[in-house]
Write a protein that binds this ligand. Structure first.
Ligand code: SF4
Length: 682
C-alpha cells in the first residue's frame, strides 16, 4: 500500500439498520478518515454516526489485541503472555478434541452474536467447525428474537416500509426505538415529513430527542406496550374504524385478535401503562384519521416478559386500521427477511445437539448437565452483554472451564480467557453485509492492513477446523467463493453479482422501496396475515396476548431500562467510552429517596448491585431509571453494569432477554474502601 491517500469504498456491517456505504481514506496502509458515502445507499446520504466517523481511533486503539495470548495468572486478573499463532491454534485444537473425546461434543459451547462484523465472519467456517465437533448449539436470542418470532408469525417477515418513504406519511409512529442513537438516518427523514405536514407520535418511557418535536409522546411503564396496542385495536373496532374488508381479504385470526383486545379498554390500558387516558385516546384519533400512517417498531418493545405479544399487537395495528396499500403506509420492523436466505444451511446440516439460550449463559456455565467444559467466545463480549452478569462472572471464573476469546480488543470477557486470539476489524478483511433497515447489500474488500498479527474469523475458524481434524483444506472454499455462496443463498446470486459489479451494491428481490400489499405480501404459506398465529399462541405462556403483570415489588419498585445510546448501541466500542457513566433518574424519584444530583448511589436487587453516580434527568419518567446498554466494567465504580440487575427470565416469544424487567431500588452508596474501584476493575 503506497503512502498517497486513497479513498476506498466500504460498508458498515455494525448492528444497525442503516447499513451505510462508507468512503474510507487510507494513507500508508492506515485508515485516517471515514465518511458517509453519497452513493450505494440512498439512506446514508453522505453522513454517518459518530461511532463510525471516529472509528480510526478504534482501529489503532491501545486496547487492540495484536498477538495471541495465553493466561498467566488467575482468571479475571488479566495477566497474559504472548504466544505464536501456531502454538495458540494447536493448544485450542488439542483441548477441544480432548474435551469432545472425554465428555462429548456438547461440552463445547460456541458463544457469538453479531459483533461488528458481517456475513462472512459469522455462521461460515465457525459454523462448520462447531457443527462437525458436535458442539452445543447456541440460541442467539439476546436481541431481535421476540420481534423476529412475531414478525415471522404474523407476516412471514414481509418487507417493511422503506425508511426514505416515510416522507410520504401523514402520521409517523416511532414506537420503542430511538433513531437519534441508532439508525440515525431516520431523523432527517422524519424532519422532512414533519415539514411536509406529517404528525409524529413517540411511544417510549423516556423523552427521547424525537419526543421533543412530537405531537404526542406516550411514556408507558416498560413492559406495558401490549395493553396500549390492544386498547387501540379495541377502540378502532368500537369506532367502526377497523377495515373489515381488508381484514376479510388479507387476514386470518381476525376474531381471535378482536376477542383478545376486548378486555383492554382505553381506561384499563392507560392505567396499566400509567399514561393519561386522554393521550391514548388522542393516539387512536391520530392513527384512525391519518393516511398514509406508518409505524416504526423498534427493539425496545421486546425487552420484557410481554415483548413478543407487544410486537405482535403493534404490528397488527396497520392491518386492523387498513393502513397498507399506499406508499408511506404500513410498518417497518426488521427488513432482514427481504434477502430470503435459503433455510438450508450452507455449512453442513444443523446438528441435533442440545441448544443453550445465550441469555442463560450464567446458568449454563454454573449448572448445565452435561457441564460446559469449553467456551469459545467470538463476536461478543459475553460478560458485558448477558443478563444475570454475576452468574456469568462466576461461571467464567471456573478453573475447569477452558475459555477462548477471539476479539479485536481486550474485552471484559477476555480477562477470563485461557487463550486470547486477535481478530481483524471489518475494514481489515473482506466482508459482506446487508441492511435490515436499508435494502442494500455490499461486499467490501479490506481497506487497511490489520495491526500486529490480527487475523479474520473466516481464516482462523477454517484453520481450527483443519487442526481439529474435522475438515480438510479442499472442503473449505476460498473467501471469494464463500461470498458467492452467501449471495447464491438469496436465490438471486447472479443478479446480485451483476448489480454489485455495475453499481457497487445489491438489492433484494423486492427492490429498494416496496409498498406493502402492492409490491410485497406476507411470506406466510397462504400469503395472508396471521393475526393470532397458532404457533405463537402455543409458545406464549397463557397464549398470545396473555399479559404478565409488572414484576415490581414494594422492595424493588423502580424499573431499570438499559437502552442504546449514541456511543454504545451494543458493547462494541465500549473500550472507547472511558470514565464513569451515571444512572439517570427523575428528580421526583430522587427527592423521595433524599438523593441529589451527582451523588454516588447503589442500585440493587436480589441479583446484584451497581455502584455509580446519579444524574437527575426530567427526560426520565418517574418510576423508571436508566443505565445504558453496552457498558464495560470500567464505566462503574464496582465493575458491574445494568446486566448485573437484569433477570435471565425469558420473553413470551423467542426466548429473548428481559433486560427491562429489572426492578431495583436505589440508595446512597456507603463509602467504599479507597481502592475498591481499582480492585473491581482488576
Ligand atoms: S449509522 Fe449505523 S450503519 Fe451507519 S455508520 Fe453508523 S452504525 Fe454504521
Amino acid at each position: 500500500m503506497s503512502g498517497a491517500p486513497a479513498v476506498v469504498r466500504a460498508a458498515c456491517p455494525l448492528d444497525c439498520p442503516d447499513a451505510c456505504s462508507l468512503d474510507v481514506t487510507v494513507e500508508a496502509g492506515r485508515v485516517t478518515k471515514i465518511e458517509g458515502s453519497r452513493d450505494r445507499n440512498e439512506l446514508t446520504a453522505g453522513f454517518i454516526c459518530s461511532k463510525v466517523r471516529t472509528l480510526p481511533r478504534h482501529l489503532r486503539a491501545p486496547e487492540r489485541l495484536l498477538h495471541p495470548l495465553v493466561r498467566a495468572g488467575r482468571k479475571g486478573e488479566g495477566a497474559f503472555e504472548r504466544i505464536s499463532w501456531d502454538d495458540a491454534l494447536d493448544r485450542i485444537a488439542a483441548r477441544l478434541i480432548e474435551i469432545r473425546d472425554r465428555f462429548g461434543g456438547e461440552a463445547i459451547l460456541p458463544y457469538a452474536y453479531g459483533g461488528s462484523n458481517g456475513l462472512l465472519s459469522d455462521g461460515t467456517t465457525d459454523a462448520l467447525l462447531f457443527r462437525r465437533l458436535g458442539a452445543s448449539r447456541l440460541a442467539r436470542t439476546v436481541c431481535a428474537a421476540p420481534t423476529g418470532r412475531a414478525a415471522t408469525g404474523l407476516y412471514g417477515k414481509m418487507e417493511g416500509v422503506a425508511l426514505p418513504d416515510y416522507v410520504h406519511a401523514k402520521l409517523i409512529v416511532v414506537w420503542g426505538c430511538n433513531p437519534s442513537a441508532t439508525g440515525i438516518h431516520l431523523v432527517p427523514i422524519v424532519r422532512a415529513a414533519r415539514d411536509a405536514g406529517a404528525r409524529l407520535v413517540v411511544v417510549d418511557p423516556r423523552r427521547i430527542p424525537l419526543a421533543a418535536q412530537a405531537d404526542l409522546h406516550l411514556a408507558p411503564r416498560p413492559g406495558s406496550d401490549a395493553p396500549l396496542a390492544l386498547a387501540a385495536i379495541r377502540e378502532l373496532y368500537a369506532r367502526g374504524a377497523a377495515d373489515l374488508d381488508f381484514l376479510a381479504r388479507h387476514a386470518t385470526g381476525v376474531e381471535a385478535l378482536r376477542q383478545r383486545a376486548e378486555p383492554w379498554t382505553l381506561a384499563r390500558a392507560a392505567a396499566e401503562a400509567d399514561v393519561p387516558v386522554a393521550d391514548l385516546e388522542r393516539f387512536v384519533d391520530l392513527y384512525a384519521e391519518s393516511s398514509p400512517a406508518v409505524i416504526r417498531c423498534g427493539w425496545g418493545v421486546e425487552r420484557n416478559r410481554n415483548g413478543g405479544s407487544a410486537v405482535a399487537a403493534i404490528l397488527s395495528l396497520p392491518a386492523v386500521a387498513g393502513k397498507f396499500g399506499v406508499r408511506g403506509g404500513g410498518y417497518t420492523m426488521s427488513n432482514s427477511g427481504a434477502w430470503r436466505f435459503a433455510a438450508e444451511p450452507l455449512w453442513g446440516p444443523e446438528p441435533t445437539t442440545r441448544t443453550i439460550n445465550m441469555n442463560r449463559l450464567g446458568e449454563a456455565l454454573e449448572r448445565a448437565e452435561p457441564p460446559v467444559r469449553a467456551l469459545f467466545v467470538y463476536n461478543s463480549n459475553a460478560l458485558a452483554t448477558t443478563p444475570n452478569q454475576t452468574s456469568v462472572r462466576r461461571g467464567l471464573e471456573r478453573e475447569d472451564l477452558f475459555t477462548v476469546v477471539f476479539d479485536q480488543v481486550a474485552t471484559d470477557t477476555a480477562r477470563y480467557a485461557d487463550v486470547v486470539l486477535p481478530a481483524t476489524h471489518f475494514l481489515e478483511h473482506r466482508e459482506l453485509s446487508r441492511g435490515y433497515g436499508a435494502f442494500v447489500l455490499h461486499v467490501s474488500e479490506p481497506a487497511a492492513a490489520p495491526p500486529g498479527e490480527a487475523r479474520p474469523n473466516y481464516e482462523v475458524f477454517a484453520e481450527l477446523a483443519m487442526r481439529c481434524g474435522v475438515a480438510r483444506a479442499c472442503e473449505i472454499p476460498a473467501e471469494r467463493e464463500a461470498v458467492a455462496r452467501v449471495l447464491d443463498a438469496t436465490g438471486r446470486g447472479e443478479a446480485l453479482r451483476a448489480e454489485l459489479a455495475e453499481r457497487g451494491y445489491g438489492l433484494p428481490a423486492a427492490g429498494a422501496r416496496p409498498v406493502q400489499f402492492v409490491d410485497v405480501f406476507p411470506h406466510t404459506a397462504d400469503r395472508k396475515i396471521h393475526l393470532v398465529p397458532p404457533e405463537l399462541d402455543r409458545e406464549a405462556p397463557g397464549g398470545l396476548h396473555a399479559y404478565r403483570a409488572d414484576p415490581a415489588t414494594g422492595r424493588f419498585p423502580l424499573a431499570l431500562v438499559s437502552p442504546a445510546t449514541s456511543r454504545t448501541v451494543s458493547s462494541t466500542f465500549g473500550h472507547l467510552r472511558r470514565g464513569p457513566v451515571p444512572l439517570e433518574m427523575h428528580p421526583d424519584d430522587a427527592a423521595a429517596r433524599g438523593l441529589a444530583d451527582g451523588e454516588r448511589v447503589r442500585i440493587w436487587n436480589e441479583l446484584g448491585e451497581v455502584i455509580c453516580d446519579l444524574k437527575l434527568s426530567s427526560a426520565m419518567r418517574p418510576g423508571v431509571v436508566e443505565l445504558p446498554k453496552g457498558l464495560w466494567s470500567h464505566n462503574t465504580v464496582n465493575g458491574a453494569t445494568a446486566n448485573a440487575l437484569a433477570p435471565d427470565s425469558l420473553t413470551d416469544l423467542g426466548g429473548g432477554a428481559c433486560f427491562n424487567d429489572a426492578r431495583v431500588e436505589v440508595e446512597r452508596a456507603a463509602a467504599l474502601a479507597p481502592d475498591a474501584a481499582s480492585l473491581a476493575h482488576g
